[in-house]
Ligand binder design. Structure first.
Ligand code: GLT
Ligand code: MN
Ligand code: MN
Length: 388
């Protein structure tokens, strides 16, 4: 077993839709033969993944009869049993079918909103039946091309009503389930509501059961918005809301790329892995990406192995960063404090405010400080480039 080979305790998961992606894009037909959910489970077990996640319709086609549904689910469960793979997360497809072209929970049509809710309740049942503990909401069609079509405030109210309903349902059923909201700025709509992880965090605070709702940040989605993914993840962590994470890669300013983890912006991927390992994030490490359209069945495995391998390599680089004496000496210097302002710690008091207003600061002397971040960053790059 090589040091970068994935083990179950690494908690690496893939969606059925990721390794199962057939390579259709807006300009071209699929390039790979479809793989059945049972085959995907075996493929993932073969490359060393821990779990598999799914939308309702990745497993059960939208037109399946109840009898067909039960047979499909039974076959899938058997594959899970044979391989030891688990289903930590499930979600609803509220974006593929034409019924959702104008939105799902936020649609102007009450029938569409009710159908979206019905589909979600059924899909929650399916997810729980398969063992999922996290349920993701990605509102792929919750947005607009033209803002003359609906009020964004109404859209938020509808979204809130739907999530409150789902929370109550899960509680009513006694499900051990937490919800994770996934933001994306655009695609497939021109503008999606709640476009960033930060927006989701603000919205969650307005829900009736905020305690059971967190976020599922995705690298590509924050990068599409030109944002620093690490900072989004850190805010989610700080709020106790990092329930799940979607790992992939994406260049800024491009189409929705969903690249293999670490394929595009390696330094950002490094800081992310370092953060997740440093804080001790214990949730799934889910790869929401797909193989290049140039790839066949072997390339799909290369893609899946590559995601996990890069994570483990970056984890090892993070350990190297921490063990590097020169980096640590620089960091010690950067973070050193002389303790002279210790009296200011621990929050406000009238006395502290008075004392602070009287404190003399030698701005010129303070500004003399030389931070050495050029050296620090170069050392970081050298760790990544494998020369330290
Ligand atoms: C879709 C999307 C992803 C979401 C998935 C969950 S499906 O592929 O691009 O980012 O996480 O609905
Ligand atoms: Mn995603
Ligand atoms: Mn995505």
């Amino acid at each position: 077993m090589g040091m970068y080979d994935p083990k179950p305790e690494d908690r690496f998961t893939f969606g059925l839709w990721t390794v199962g992606n057939a390579g259709r894009d807006p300009f071209g037909e699929p390039v790979r033969a479809p793989i059945s959910p049972v085959e995907i489970v075996h493929l993932l077990a073969g490359v060393g993944a821990y779990g598999v996640n799914l939308h309702d319709n990745d497993l059960v086609p939208i037109n399946a009869t109840p009898v067909e549904r039960d047979r499909i689910v039974a076959d899938f469960k058997q594959a899970l049993q044979e391989t030891g793979l688990v289903v930590p997360m499930a979600t609803t497809n509220l974006f593929t079918d034409p019924v959702f072209k104008e939105g799902a929970f936020t649609s102007n049509d009450p029938k569409v909103r009710a159908y979206a809710l019905q589909k979600t309740l059924r899909s929650i049942d399916l997810g729980v039946e398969l063992g999922a503990k996290v349920y993701v909401f990605w509102g792929g069609r919750e947005g607009v091309e033209t803002d003359s079509s609906k009020s964004p405030v109404d859209a938020l109210k509808r979204m809130r009503d739907a999530l409150n309903f789902c929370c109550e349902y899960a509680l009513d059923q006694g499900y051990d389930l937490r919800f994770a909201l996934e933001a994306k700025p655009n695609e497939p709509r021109s503008d999606l509501y709640l476009p960033t992880t930060g927006a989701m965090l603000g919205f969650i605070a307005t829900l009736d059961h905020a305690e059971m709702v967190g976020v599922n940040p995705e690298v590509a989605h924050e990068h599409m918005a030109g944002l620093n993914f690490l900072h989004a993840v850190a805010q989610a962590w700080d709020s106790g809301k990092l329930f799940h994470i979607d790992l992939n890669d994406q260049m800024f300013g491009r189409y929705d790329q969903d690249f293999r983890f670490g394929a595009a912006m390696i330094k950002q991927a490094f800081y992310l892995v370092k953060f997740l390992e440093d804080v001790g994030y214990q949730g799934s490490l889910h790869f929401d990406a797909h193989a290049y359209r140039t790839e066949g069945p072997e390339g799909v495995k290369d893609f899946a192995r590559g995601c996990m391998r890069t994570y483990l390599i970056l984890k090892e680089k993070a350990a190297r960063f921490k063990a590097d004496p020169e980096i640590q000496a620089l960091l010690a210097e950067i973070h050193a404090e002389d303790g002279s302002l210790g009296w200011l710690a621990g929050g406000y008091s009238a006395e502290k405010a008075r004392q602070l207003k009287d404190q003399a600061f030698d701005r010129t002397a303070i500004a003399q400080r030389d931070w050495r971040y050029e050296r620090l960053d170069q050392l970081t790059v050298e760790v990544l480039l494998g020369v330290r």
